[in-house]
Design a protein around this ligand. Structure first.
Ligand code: UDP
Length: 321
């Protein structure tokens, strides 16, 4: 298929673009490089540098079999301070994309959604049927886009799949996580190991979990990317399918820090800090639906292995720099 990957110069988008190329697809990346990096676009993939709102019509007029839409604002804290940036930047842009897809007859969409659509869960592992009550603007914008996609699929025959990610981690060779503003646990802990940060603050140790720190479901970015490859193939006209993507088991913040110590051999000083607002105690995915319907199975479920890949990426970047 000829596929457009929006946000393909970002972390998850670049790994997906690489795996799509390996699966034999023709890939074009559209990215405004506001948070992505031109050198993260895989070899042999054309990069169109531009804002979806300005260029999407012209780009889709070329003719595409589908779009994988990653381009988005994704900082939870910032979304609370500057909601307009998220409502316009995420929802407004997604609507522009959907309208352009209709106009140019682009049949398939895979959308990068999030576990933040669910908010504080009533049951764990979280199935797709769980109530959606996002506790932050970022999650609310992703959920709003999911609702819009449902409507466009039903009314206009769009073949759509939304993938709700839990905690994405790891790297794929030269494709990894490098955000100007880093908020995620594993890259922050690895910054300490690589000497660019002094210590880690563990947000809260009084949660009702085995060691008091929050439990999250860490999924390797390559497993996540492979679910996208399957999803674009499985997308069916007139249907909007939603799948959770996680490993199905959780690790505490302390366990993650310990795994990073083992992998890096660095002592990694870590202090307990106050809770971070809006953090649920436990978020673990039920990915049964993706396993059954997409035939997807995460292969890289070992936490140390996930950390090792992220560490190799971090080290190669700091040596290069
Ligand atoms: N966390 C932490 N210290 C940090 C960053 C994150 O203790 O410097 C915790 C955070 O409170 C959460 C878990 O690590 O319980 C995962 O956070 P992250 O931001 O990586 O992902 P989220 O689950 O918020 O999407």
């Amino acid at each position: 298929m000829k596929l457009l990957v929006t946000g393909g110069a970002g972390y998850v988008g670049s790994v997906c673009a690489a795996r799509l190329v390996e699966a034999g697809h023709e890939v074009v990346v559209l990215d405004d490089l506001s948070t992505g990096h031109a050198d993260a676009v895989p070899d042999g993939v054309r990069l169109i540098e531009g804002d979806i709102n300005d260029v999407i019509g012209e780009v889709l007029a070329e003719g595409f079999d589908g779009v994988l839409h990653f381009a988005a604002k994704s900082l939870v804290g910032e979304s609370m301070q500057d909601p307009a940036k998220y409502w316009h930047g995420n929802v407004g842009t997604a609507l522009t994309l959907l309208d352009a897809m209709l106009e140019h007859g682009t049949p398939r969409l895979v959308f990068s959604s999030t576990a933040a659509c669910y908010g504080e869960p009533d049951e764990v592992p979280i199935p797709e049927t769980a109530p959606t009550r996002p506790t932050n603007t970022y999650g609310a914008t992703k959920l709003a886009i999911d609702h819009a996609i449902t409507g466009y699929a039903a009314a206009h025959g769009l073949a759509a799949v939304s993938l709700r990610y839990f905690n994405v981690a790891g790297a794929y060779g030269r494709f990894g996580e490098r955000h100007a503003t880093e908020t995620h646990l594993i890259p922050i802990v690895l910054q300490v190991a690589s000497g660019t940060r002094e210590k880690v603050a563990m947000y809260g140790d009084d949660y009702p979990t085995e060691d008091g720190t929050c439990v999250r479901d860490y999924i390797h970015v390559v497993d996540l990317a492979d679910a996208h490859v399957k999803a674009i193939g499985a997308a069916t006209a007139g249907e909007h399918r939603i799948y959770n993507l996680g490993n199905g088991f959780g690790f505490t913040v302390k366990q993650v820090v310990e795994a990073c110590r083992e992998v890096t051999g660095h002592e990694i000083p870590a202090d307990v800090a106050p809770r971070r607002a809006g953090d649920p105690a436990v978020l673990v995915a039920s990915s049964e639906k993706a396993r059954t319907e997409l035939g997807w199975k995460p292969e890289r479920v070992d936490l140390a292995g996930i950390v090792r890949d992220a560490w190799e990426f971090t080290r190669s970047r700091s040596q290069g720099a």
